[in-house]
Design a protein. Structure first.
Length: 283
C-alpha cells in the first residue's frame, strides 16, 4: 500500500483519476441497465397496446345495438304485410330493436377493463420515453474545468438519489405495465367466458398459473435475498416487511391459509369438471 502524501493533491493526480474512473463506472452501470430496461418496456408496451386495441375493436361494438337487427325487423314487418294478402291486419307502429337495447353488465365491465389496460400501457410507454430523456439529461455535462465537472457529476448523482430516479425507472414504471397486463388477463378471461365458459377455463388455467408462479417467485425473495426472481412486486413485499413490524407474522398466517386452501380449491374444481352421479345414472 503506497504511503499517503503529506498534502492533498500531491500524489500526481492518482486520486482524481481513480475518482473519475469510479464515477464514470457507476454512472455507466446505472444508465446502461435502466436504458436497456426502458427499451424492452417500449417494445413490449407497443405490442401489448396493439393486442389490447384488437380486443377492444371486438368488444366495443357490443356496447351498441347491431344495425342488422333493425334491418331484419323491418324486413320481417314488410314480409308480414306481403303475406297478409290484402287482409286488413293492423300491425301497429312497432319500435326497432335498437330503441330497447341495453348492453349487459359484463360487457360494460369487459370494455372498462380492456380500456384501463390500454391506458396503462400507453402511460407506461410515455413514461418510458420520458425516462430515456431523463437519462440523457443526467449524462449531459456542461463546460468548465475538471473540478467543476466533478462537482456537477456529484450533485447530479445526489439529486438522482434524493428524487429516487432509479426506483421510479426500475420499479414504478414496470409495475404500471405489469398491472395493465394483469387487468388484461382478467378482462380476457371474462370476455371468453361471455363467449364460451369452457374456453375461458381452458385459457384461464395457464394464465392464472403464470400469475401464481410470478407471485411465488416474488415470495421466494423474502426468504433468500440472493434469489434471482426479483420484480417490483418482490421489492414492494420486502419494503412492507421491513417497515411494518407485524407483516411477517401476518404473511406467515396468510401463506399457511393459502397452502391449506389450494388443495380444497383444486378438489372442488375437479369435482365441478366431473359429471354428477345422477347424470351418469340417467344416461
Amino acid at each position: 500500500m503506497p504511503d499517503p502524501p503529506d498534502e492533498f493533491g500531491q500524489d500526481g493526480g492518482n486520486f482524481y483519476r481513480a475518482y473519475d474512473a469510479l464515477a464514470v463506472e457507476i454512472d455507466d452501470d446505472m444508465t446502461t441497465s435502466l436504458r436497456e430496461q426502458l427499451d424492452g418496456m417500449l417494445l413490449f408496451a407497443g405490442l401489448f397496446a396493439g393486442v389490447n386495441t384488437a380486443f377492444l375493436a371486438l368488444t366495443i361494438p357490443l356496447l351498441s345495438a347491431d344495425p342488422a337487427d333493425d334491418t331484419n325487423a323491418l324486413l320481417n314487418s314488410i314480409l308480414m304485410q306481403i303475406t297478409s294478402s290484402g287482409s286488413r291486419t293492423e300491425t301497429g307502429n312497432s319500435e326497432p330493436p335498437s330503441t330497447k337495447f341495453s348492453p349487459a353488465r359484463n360487457i360494460i365491465a369487459i370494455n372498462a377493463l380492456f380500456g384501463l389496460s390500454l391506458a396503462l400501457a400507453i402511460i407506461s410507454s410515455f413514461l418510458a420515453v420520458l425516462g430515456r430523456q431523463w437519462l440523457v439529461y443526467y449524462r449531459k455535462r456542461r463546460g468548465g474545468g475538471p473540478d467543476q465537472q466533478r462537482w456537477e457529476q456529484l450533485k447530479r448523482r445526489l439529486g438522482a438519489q434524493r428524487w429516487q430516479l432509479e426506483l421510479i425507472l426500475d420499479d414504478v414504471l414496470p409495475s404500471v405495465l405489469q398491472v395493465g397486463l394483469f387487468i388484461f388477463c382478467i378482462s380476457l378471461v371474462m370476455y371468453l367466458h361471455h363467449l364460451s365458459p369452457a374456453i375461458s377455463i381452458i385459457v384461464g388455467l395457464p394464465l392464472y398459473s403464470g400469475l401464481a408462479i410470478f407471485a411465488l417467485g416474488s415470495i421466494c425473495t423474502l426468504w433468500d435475498k440472493f434469489c434471482p426472481f426479483h420484480s417490483p412486486l418482490s421489492h414492494l413485499m420486502y419494503w412492507t416487511t421491513q417497515n411494518l413490524p407485524d407483516t411477517p407474522r401476518y404473511a406467515q398466517h396468510a401463506i399457511r391459509a393459502s397452502v391449506g386452501f389450494l388443495p380444497r380449491l383444486g378438489s372442488q374444481f375437479m369435482g365441478a369438471l366431473r359429471p354428477s352421479d345422477s347424470t351418469t345414472e340417467s344416461s
